[in-house]
Design a protein around this ligand. Structure first.
Ligand code: NAD
Ligand code: MG
Length: 302
């Protein structure tokens, strides 16, 4: 095989050569928050490619932003590992959420779908109460929803934009976790989706990068606070993944098209490829893992 893999159409399936498949990315843009089902190529959330082995049997999980991308891949993997799963998302994302719910049902697990805006403290609290009552408890919380809107010049970054990023990426995980904790017992696992941006912020992601640094600190601090209660807290720091976030204002169109191309592996990750980290951190197998952050950056550095 030559050193440079040919650009081939993306197809879902087991990936053995980590450089492959290299999808063709036509230029594309959607209004925020974007729909995964409108993307070309479709992101691989693991619908047909993730194989479970009972690692989360009987557990109950809540995943924010579970309609698409990394959250959808975690939701599908969790269900395939035997968990019942609640997902939250913005009302405009119902078509994506419906597909995740169908995938969870296809695995014979319970799916709970709760639309709403996580920038609203009251919604966060009520959403958690509703998820807990419909699931019959809570063992795993994944704070995954995130807002990324690029802005090239600090002078153009409005207070409203800055506030929306901080509300979504910092306040919501605080509000959701505070509401969830009274329902979690020893053995529980909390995961937060941070980013490679926490350690090396891009010029055009000023507000986002610092919010993602806060997500790492969230895990490191809360892990120490909750260790005496037997609840673990960890962060996941993805590099470039092919999700709606990137083509709905997260990157300029030309950058989104090349998302991941400069990584050593030469491509972005597909959401299913990060799901195993979430499964591990959620499972009892990770019983001595807390206060850590895990990268998946395609060979780049955290
Ligand atoms: P995504 O767009 O598929 O998922 C993000 C989700 O966040 C949306 O589906 C939406 O449901 C939710 N969300 C955003 N604002 C919300 C609000 N106000 N109220 C309720 N829900 C809201 O994209 P993704 O890439 O899977 O993003 C998941 C996480 O991964 C985010 O935290 C993101 O910062 C992080 N991340 C992504 C990448 C990447 O390259 N895709 C890289 C590093 C980190
Ligand atoms: Mg979405």
């Amino acid at each position: 095989m030559s050193d440079t893999p040919a650009r081939t159409p993306f197809r879902s399936g087991a990936i053995t050569d980590p450089r492959l498949p290299v999808p063709d990315f036509p230029a594309q843009e959607q209004p925020f928050p974007g729909l995964a089902r409108e993307m070309d190529p479709l992101p691989d959330h693991g619908e047909t490619s993730y194989r479970g082995s009972g690692r989360l049997k009987g557990k109950r999980a809540l995943i924010t932003g579970g309609d698409s991308g990394i959250g959808a891949a975690a939701a599908i993997a969790f269900a395939r590992e035997g968990a019942d799963v609640a997902i939250t998302y913005l009302p405009d994302e119902q078509p994506d959420a419906d597909r995740v719910v169908a995938a969870i049902h296809a695995d014979g697990r319970r799916a709970v779908a709760i639309p709403g805006d996580l920038r609203d403290e009251v919604f966060c609290k009520e959403m958690v109460e509703s998820a807990v009552s419909q699931l019959g408890g809570l063992d795993i919380l994944v704070n995954n929803a995130g807002r990324q809107q690029f802005c090239n010049r600090l002078e153009d970054l409005t207070t409203e934009d800055f506030d929306a990023t901080m509300k979504t990426n910092i306040y919501a995980p605080f509000w959701v976790t505070r509401a969830a904790l009274p329902h979690m017992e020893a053995g529980g696992s909390i995961i937060i989706t941070s980013s490679v941006q926490a350690f090396s912020g891009s010029a055009h992601l000023f507000d986002y990068a610092q919010s993602k640094a806060a997500n790492v600190a969230f895990a490191q601090s809360l892990a120490k606070q909750l260790a005496p209660r037997g609840i673990r807290v960890n962060a996941v720091c993805p590099g470039p993944y092919w999700t709606a976030l990137q083509i709905s204002g997260g990157q300029p169109t030309d950058k989104a098209q090349e998302h991941g191309a400069s990584q050593p592996l030469g491509r972005p990750g597909q959401p299913v490829e990060i799901a195993p980290i979430y499964v591990l951190l959620a499972s009892d197998e990770a019983s001595y893992i807390t206060g850590e952050y895990f990268g998946s950056v395609g060979g780049g550095e955290l």
